[in-house]
Design a protein around this ligand. Structure first.
Ligand SMILES: [Zn+2]
Length: 310
């Protein structure tokens, strides 16, 4: 247990995100250095004092979730199943990093230098932002809203992570995988007729657009929520709503994640299955709301759907 808690997070060959070790200067500068720095005294991940005392923007909270995800499963289960033990304080003078094959003593470099080195190696949210703006100039650019939407609408980490990946343009479509020579064809898993870009997969493909049409008419009939959804609404969230903001965005997020999961398992997205998933989601939401004592918010959010759900 002690050994796990004292593992240094950054540049650790066992803590890998997409095959690469990680370094994020923001967290490093805040003194989040060891695995134990992510864990509260109660053994809860991402609730340590160091994290709670630093008020991150949602974008950084997402990043931290990514860091947690990169920690080997076995380590996480050791932490979960053992009594808490605090990581020992860090002697920063002997903290070494390997950058581009060279060992660098951190006592001799500024964090800016290290950060710049890593910027050149790893895509940062800033470059994803620029790419998104370039691709979708019409996108209203309140980034804070874009980044926090998934946090507001759902407590489900899988959905939040999925949205994080969309915002960082790291969803692996066949188009992308083909470019990396990891699949034989760049064509869409559903229609097999056009290149599977993110936009095609989630929106333009006739299979997906049929699914959205069905989904939208379902919520129109069952919940009396009448709306249309553009490509931007699907990718980034629907902001021009006067009511049912949380519910609609939760359903859109569930919908696109559902399409993505269907693609992975090579089945055509069916509204019937999606409805069952929505029911299950509602039940989880209800359970969490009860635990947290926020039932009122829960019922307010799901109000329009309650007759269908019960
Ligand atoms: Zn297609």
């Amino acid at each position: 247990m002690k050994a796990v808690m004292n593992q240094i997070i950054w540049n650790n060959k066992y803590i890998l995100s997409e095959g690469k070790s990680i370094f994020q200067s923001v967290f490093y500068n805040l003194g989040i250095l060891k695995v134990g720095d992510l864990v509260s005294r109660q053994g809860v991940f991402l609730k340590s004092d160091k994290i709670l005392n630093s008020s991150f923007s949602p974008c950084y909270s997402f990043s931290l979730m990514g860091v947690l995800d990169a920690i080997p499963k076995e380590w996480r289960s050791i932490i979960k199943t053992n009594p808490y033990c605090a990581p020992s304080p860090m002697d920063q003078t002997c903290f070494e990093l390997i950058i581009a094959g060279k060992v660098i003593d951190l006592a001799n470099v500024t964090s800016k230098l290290v950060y710049n080195e890593f910027r050149s190696l790893k895509q940062t949210p800033a470059t994803a932002k620029a790419k998104i703006l370039n691709k979708y100039p019409d996108l209203a650019t309140d980034w804070k809203k874009l980044y926090s939407l998934a946090f507001e609408t759902t407590l489900d980490t899988k959905l939040r992570e999925f949205q994080y990946k969309i915002l960082n343009l790291i969803i692996f479509t066949n188009k992308k995988l083909h470019r990396f020579k990891m699949v034989d064809s760049p064509l869409c898993a559903f229609c097999n007729a056009e290149e599977e870009s993110l936009e095609h997969l989630l929106y333009f493909c006739k299979t997906s657009s049929f699914f959205w049409k069905e989904l939208l008419s379902w919520i129109a009939v069952e919940a009396n929520i009448v709306l249309n959804a553009s490509l931007l609404d699907i990718l980034f969230g629907k902001f021009d709503l006067e009511k049912d903001f949380l519910l609609v965005n939760h359903i859109l997020l569930l919908g696109k994640y559902f399409i993505y999961k269907c693609k992975l398992s090579q089945v055509i997205p069916s509204l019937l299955v999606f409805k069952a998933k929505s029911k299950a989601t509602y039940k989880i939401d209800l359970y969490i709301a009860k635990e947290k004592g926020i039932l009122l918010n829960h019922y307010k959010k799901w109000d329009n759907f309650l007759s269908w759900l019960s």
